[in-house]
Design a protein around this ligand. Structure first.
Ligand code: NAD
Length: 470
């Protein structure tokens, strides 16, 4: 055990009364302890956030923007230290972990500058009618284990610029970087505006049922998202739900297999496939099928899988034992259903949760690896002969997060992309989220959007101010 971090409650670092182990997925062994919040600590954090909201914070926009700039600078300065924690608890390669933290620092700066819309609908001699955005109050921000820093900051940024206060709870698999974030931000945020609690799933449930919470911003799985929506219903708390995906990618016959293969590969396997918007089902026209499968298999065999701390590692382990077992289970099920393993197919013979990139052919709809979200290093590749049929299969899913079309004909690609039932449809790329565009899902993949002005709206209620002038 090397370290134990504290909750941030009402501006103070509070050692937990109880703790649990945090495991390094590259070794499978515990390396740190995380405080597990009690009911009393949840109440204390909520009370602090409510008091902070009632103070100047919700009214002083200029001060909030200065705070976000200071947070951005503080996080940038701590990027190496927090990046190392992300690498140790999440498993991703160190450079990517540090990159995640630096990206989060830039995002805070961006939110510091993002305008809050204010519209005048009518203004004449008689009347002025304005629409203004009002913050909601205490926000419960609950995050998963794949991008612990990026997902948390994507909630704090818009919540803060609009004047809300936050009680955050990271995943119990990756809590340390969020607690470290709390310790870094403590020096620059007004007391009580940000509280960070370590805790199990149960703590998340207490938070979402808490009477002082007005807004729940959640990123995680569909089953938990549904529970949260139920928990929110009685009190009509506002919810934003960023949930799972089963993104299809449709490859048309006119592609150059050698050219698209690297982009398809990293679209599926970046962060060891643990990305909500990774390619999770690959549909390839029969004329391009074998060349694409072979180019991907060659990459899968060459890519360096290893401990994120080791130089040269391109893919780290699966983050946690249940997810590691789930990936194995889905691949074994596909094999039993008649699937052919083109690369990978078994865990690495070493400690830790290492499962190499695995490509499965010979399966289709009705097999779990195709129908369910694998969230790991396994990809089904399915041939088709008619693009209408590929589109129908792609859309026949409860999920609707992302999807992509790959072709030399850009206009046709954009036309087909718009027929995908998903929140982001790409052409000749996947995962790319650079433009501060609205991010979120259709169908079971979520409710609401994050990023940019759409992210801002999720943390506000509308108020009409209507003034009789004469
Ligand atoms: P999860 O739903 O198991 O857990 C997410 C968080 O919710 C954790 O902090 C957990 O402790 C908490 N939680 C669990 N039960 C709760 C409850 N009843 N009430 C309140 N909080 C509760 O998800 P996970 O396994 O950590 O993450 C993987 C999932 O997240 C995948 O489905 C992935 O696609 C999804 N994800 C979505 C996005 C997106 O933006 N759409 C981004 C990243 C991950």
């Amino acid at each position: 055990m090397t370290q134990s971090l504290s909750h941030l409650i009402d501006g103070e670092l509070v050692a937990g009364r109880r703790e649990f182990d945090v495991v390094n997925p590259a070794t499978g062994a515990p390396f740190a302890r995380c405080p597990d919040a009690t009911h009393g600590e949840v109440d204390a954090a909520m009370g602090a956030a409510a008091r902070a909201f009632a103070g100047d914070w919700s009214r002083d926009e200029a001060a909030r923007r200065r705070t976000l700039v200071a947070m951005s600078e503080a996080l940038g300065a701590a990027a190496d230290e927090i990046g190392r924690l992300v690498c140790l608890e999440q498993g991703k390669p160190l450079a990517q972990a540090t990159g995640e933290v630096r990206g989060a620092a830039r995002l805070l700066k961006r939110y510091a500058e993002e305008p809050i819309p204010r519209e005048i609908l009518r203004e004449d001699q008689k009347v002025r009618v304005m629409v203004v955005r009002k913050p909601l109050g205490v926000t419960a921000a609950i995050t998963p284990w794949n991008y612990p820093v990026a997902t948390l900051v994507a909630k704090i940024g818009p919540a803060f610029v609009t004047g809300n206060t936050v009680v955050a709870k990271p995943s119990p698999f990756t809590p340390l970087s969020s607690l470290a974030l709390g310790a870094v931000f403590r020096a620059v945020v007004p007391r009580g505006t940000l509280n960070v609690l370590g805790g199990s799933d149960e703590v998340g449930a207490w938070m979402t049922a808490h009477p002082q919470v007005r807004k729940i911003s959640f990123t995680g799985s569909v089953p938990t998202g549904k529970k949260i929506m139920r928990a929110a219903a009685d009190d009509l708390k506002r919810v934003t739900l960023e949930l799972g995906g089963n993104d299809p990618a449709i490859v048309l016959p006119d592609v150059d297999a050698a050219q698209v293969a690297p982009r398809l590969f990293w679209g599926a396997f970046t962060n060891s496939g643990q990305i909500c918007i990774a390619i999770k089902r690959l549909y390839v026209h029969e004329r391009a099928y074998r060349p694409v499968v072979e180019a991907l298999a060659a990459m899968a065999r060459q890519v360096k899988v290893g401990d994120g701390l080791e130089g040269g590692t391109e893919l780290g382990p699966i983050n946690n034992r249940p997810q590691f077992e789930r990936v194995q289970e889905l691949v074994d099920d596909a094999r039993r259903a008649g699937g052919t393993i083109e690369a990978g197919g078994a865990p690495l013979a070493r400690p830790g949760y290492f499962y190499p990139p695995t490509l499965v052919t010979g399966i289709g709809e009705g097999v779990r690896l195709v129908d369910e979200e694998q969230f790991g290093t396994a990809l089904p590749i399915i041939p088709y002969s008619d693009v209408e049929d590929a589109l129908a299969q792609a859309n026949r899913s409860h999920y609707g997060l992302g999807g992509s079309v790959w072709t030399a004909d850009i206009a046709r690609g954009e036309e087909i992309a718009q027929r995908l039932e998903c929140g982001t449809a790409w052409v000749n790329q996947h995962i790319e989220t650079g433009a501060f565009a609205p991010f979120g899902g259709m169908k079971w993949s979520g409710i609401g959007r994050e990023n940019g002005r759409w992210g801002i709206e999720e943390f506000c209620d509308l108020q009409v101010v209507s003034t009789r002038l004469a």
